[in-house]
Write a protein that binds this ligand. Structure first.
Ligand code: PFF
Ligand code: NA
Length: 442
């Protein structure tokens, strides 16, 4: 059977950007920037995106298109009867675990859609957030609703349909973020936030800064778990991979940086703690909305759009797991998505309860949600990225990959790409990953 293709280059860029742009940009990027001292983190993050992220993104897309297979099938096709398909299996596992807590956070966002209607300047937003995540019924309910949405889209095979929505909705999200930035920058005391965000303090650099920048680069670009292999497998030969990847990176980085501009000036103006962790976005943006005309309305629209952005990412994670079961075990799409979705929902319950019933459980000094995040983003994704780089660079061959990526491209990659992919990416990511593991364990 002819494999279904994205109908155009734009379709592919939208889908890949849809996977990339999500909670990683608006929720994770600001809080990781905040805990790592601000501007200095951003510098290292931008370096990680360009030097490590771009080569891996191009490699994953090329591997997918060349084989037209799911991540496990892709490795199998190029290296049959070897252990390499296990890299694809690691990706399936990553997708499974990341989605389980991603959906919990998306659920927080969904419940904020309705809370938006009641926000007033008198709210204590840090407290409101604590209360919300510490409760049971609402977080579980919305986590379930979000998983259900993801499952329905994947089960019905209407990913393409959803991606079409992105074309109209993302510009609106963009406009609301610009409005937020405008308001945030004109608050009293915004300048301190701006300087935190833009003036690097080199004394804040630690190895942790590098580790967090690399994790964030993988997470935000959906790398290291085969999502971009899967999306590449549906890409037409006529389209340029090298150029598409540039667009995806530019859009993704833009949204993250803009989110920071909306958040940090306000954090300092309201006297919140920039290093407060996963609550940062949920605490800061509602407070900014209360200072805007029609704030409740904008807040509602914002959280709706955040949910949709999260959905276009979550479907790419579930697709990795489902495509594998459909291709390799001939499961039906429906059966695979509903069953896997249910399991992922259940696996997401412990990190959800980590803020209430299971708050006493500590893993390496972290609560459960932070541990899920740490294991996937500090170990699974970088490990997947290293192995993919070695595989594409040395087994399939970086020359082959460059030929695939350069097809119908005006932007040609060559020697620099090959060197980065074969040597720099594996060594740099491995070094940082090992140091980070060692530091966390000791
Ligand atoms: N890139 C997504 C984000 O920034 O929200 C998260 C993500 C999606 C990670 C898909 C991994 C993945 F395969
Ligand atoms: Na992202």
């Amino acid at each position: 059977m002819e494999r279904e293709n994205w109908t155009s280059r734009l379709g592919f860029i939208l889908a890949a950007s849809g996977s990339a742009i999500g909670l990683g940009n608006i929720w994770r990027f600001p809080f990781v920037t905040g805990t790592n001292g601000g501007a200095i983190f951003i510098l290292i993050y931008l370096a990680a995106i360009t030097l490590l992220g771009y080569p891996i993104l191009v490699s994953e897309m090329s591997l997918g298109r060349t084989t037209a297979k799911n991540p496990i099938g892709a490795f199998k096709k190029i290296a049959p009867n070897t252990g390499w398909p296990l890299v694809g299996a690691l990706g399936v596992l990553s997708g499974f675990v990341i989605l389980s807590y991603y959906s919990v956070v998306a659920g927080w966002g969904m419940s904020y859609i309705f809370k938006s209607l009641t926000f007033t300047a008198n709210n204590n937003f840090p407290q409101l957030f604590e209360q919300h995540i510490g409760s049971l019924v609402q977080p579980i309910f919305w986590h379930g609703v979000f998983m259900l949405l993801t499952v329905v889209v994947i089960g019905a095979g209407i990913v393409n349909g959803i991606q079409k929505l992105v074309k109209y909705l993302m510009p609106i999200l963009f406009i609301i973020i610009i409005l937020l930035i405008f308001r945030s920058l004109t608050l009293n005391g915004a300048a301190r936030g701006l300087s935190f965000y833009l003036k690097p303090d080199f004394s804040e650099i630690t190895l942790q800064t590098f580790a967090d920048a690399i994790s964030q680069a993988f997470f935000t670009l959906s790398l290291g778990m085969g999502a971009m292999i899967t999306y590449g497998s549906y890409l037409n030969k006529k389209e340029s991979i090298t150029e598409s990847a540039v667009y995806v990176i530019i859009f993704d980085t833009l949204v993250a940086l803009l989110a920071g501009f909306a958040i940090f000036p306000a954090v300092f103006s309201f006297g919140f703690d920039p290093a407060s962790g996963p609550g940062l976005t949920f605490i800061t943006l509602p407070a900014v909305f209360t200072k805007m005309p029609f704030g409740n309305f904008f807040s509602l629209i914002f959280f709706v759009l955040l949910t949709i952005a999260a959905l276009t990412s979550s479907i790419s994670m579930l697709e990795v797991v489902v495509a594998f079961l459909v291709d390799e075990y001939s499961w039906s799409r429906k059966k695979a998505s509903y069953l896997v979705g249910l399991l992922i929902f259940l696996v997401g319950i412990p990190p959800l309860l980590g803020y209430s019933k299971l708050a006493t459980i500590n893993f390496l000094g972290m609560n459960l949600l932070d541990s899920y995040d740490w294991i996937t983003n500090t170990i699974f994704l970088p490990a997947g990225g290293i192995l993919t780089a070695i595989f594409v660079g040395h087994i399939w061959g970086s020359k082959q990959a460059a030929i695939e990526a350069n097809q119908n491209s005006r932007l040609k990659i060559g020697l620099i790409y090959e060197i980065l992919l074969k040597y720099i990416v594996p060594l740099a990511v491995l070094a940082i990953m090992l140091i980070s593991i060692w530091k966390t364990l000791s």
